[in-house]
Design a protein around this ligand. Structure first.
Ligand code: NAD
Ligand code: UD1
Length: 338
């Protein structure tokens, strides 16, 4: 069992991963500035795991704060979630995104190197496949420039990590390319708690269901897909969290930099999400069709065979589970963690 530093561990995917790490017997140290995460989520993780973790409030852009963590704890590996993730916002304030995501990551990698810690799992995104590749995406496709600044930061960090691993064989790095994480832990105790109006589909749907928003706008219904709405590869956040635990074990025993897609491989349309949500949960989602959203691709989904073959990872949860668990979380926490 290992001591794992989890940057951004108080956020949506981070909190679910901390729980899986504790359940697997690891020691967990969370480093988070709480700009989009919550201390309450960590308290709930501890309760669910019946075990404790350590929390350090700090910012990955601050070298001293990071160095102190590596001095105070004997860290074996890092899972790096911390960063900003709102695509629209990244178009308005690119420099802030470059600062948190790229500069912050560089500070983290410098502190790791200084402390002699070379095992890393990085939160990447399917967005690095850009607009030129056809689905299903495979890890060895040439990457292309994402059409937004958030995606650009993920591509830059991936490329830096590959170059670092080439230059120094001590690095062992997993690039996990997430597709569309949704759902929540079965207990309904932890889940996604976006601040302000949600950008992503699933929190918008659950906020309409609870009455916080009037109706769902489906962006575009004339795409070349089975029902005209966009298709995505939705993945249950607990399956995603488990992929991190497996990637971590793989990296503690291997060298180099390796990418894995984390998706189910099944394209699901936006309309299908609305209709299945209504059926599974017995709630109506008032909906209108709206203009296409700029930058959206008609369809993207994973070829998930590499993660299955190399990590022994396979998603366990169905689409119905994802939608039931998203609703269960929202219903029991109408205002999130606050
Ligand atoms: P989140 O916003 O819930 O979690 C990110 C956490 O990082 C938050 O707790 C926030 O407080 C913290 N943070 C932000 N900037 C920081 C900084 N400078 N220093 C320290 N802490 C900081 O997001 P999430 O959905 O859990 O995503 C986690 C990671 O996965 C992100 O890197 C995101 O880009 C990536 N990702 C997310 C998705 C998705 O759909 N949610 C998809 C692909 C990739
Ligand atoms: C988006 C980002 C991606 C990022 C991911 C997680 C873009 C182009 N891509 O993915 O880089 O990794 O979020 O943060 O922004 N939809 C509606 N109505 C809504 C909200 C969404 O119809 O109110 C539709 C969208 O048009 C899209 C689908 O639902 O077709 C999924 O949208 P979303 O949840 O935002 O994820 P992505 O766009 O796939």
């Amino acid at each position: 069992m290992a001591n794992i530093l989890v940057t951004g561990g108080a956020g949506y995917i981070g909190s679910h991963t901390c729980l899986e790490l504790l359940n697997a017997g690891h020691e967990v140290i969370v480093f988070d500035n709480l700009s989009n995460g919550s201390g309450e989520s960590l308290r709930r993780v501890e309760k669910l795991a019946n075990n404790s973790l350590d929390f350090v409030q700090g910012d990955i852009r601050c070298q001293d704060e990071l160095d102190r963590v590596f001095q105070n704890y004997q860290i074996d590996a890092v899972i790096h979630f911390a960063g900003l993730k709102a695509v629209g916002e990244s178009q308005q304030i690119p420099l802030t995104y470059f600062d948190h995501n790229i500069a912050g990551s560089i500070q983290l990698f410098k502190s790791m190197q200084k402390a002699g810690v070379f095992s890393l799992v990085f939160s990447s995104s399917a967005t690095v496949y850009g607009e030129l590749n056809p689905s299903p995406y495979q890890e060895d496709m040439p990457l292309s420039l994402p059409n937004n600044n958030y995606g650009y930061t993920k591509l830059v960090i991936e490329q830096m990590l590959e170059k670092m691993a080439l230059a120094d064989a001590r690095w062992s790095i997993a690039l996990l390319r997430y597709f569309n994480p949704v759902g929540a832990h079965k207990s309904g105790q932890i889940g996604e708690d976006p601040r302000g109006i949600p950008n992503n589909l699933m929190p918008y749907v659950t906020q309409v269901a609870i009455g916080r928003r009037e109706k769902l706008s489906i962006f575009g219904h004339d795409y070349p897909t089975k029902d005209g709405t966009c298709e995505r590869d939705f993945i249950h956040v607990v399956d995603l969290a488990k992929a991190h635990v497996l990637a971590l074990s793989n990296r503690l025993n291997n060298q180099g930099c390796r990418a894995w897609n984390i998706g189910t491989g099944a394209p699901i349309s936006v309309l299908q999400i609305k209709e299945t949500f209504e059926k599974v949960n017995g709630v109506q989602i008032p909906t209108e069709f709206a203009e296409r959203r700029s930058g959206d691709l008609p369809a993207f989904y994973a070829d998930a065979s590499r993660a299955k073959n190399e990590l022994g990872w396979q998603p366990q949860y169905t689409l119905e589970d994802m939608l039931a668990d998203s609703w269960n979380w929202q219903k029991h926490n109408p205002n999130g963690f606050s």
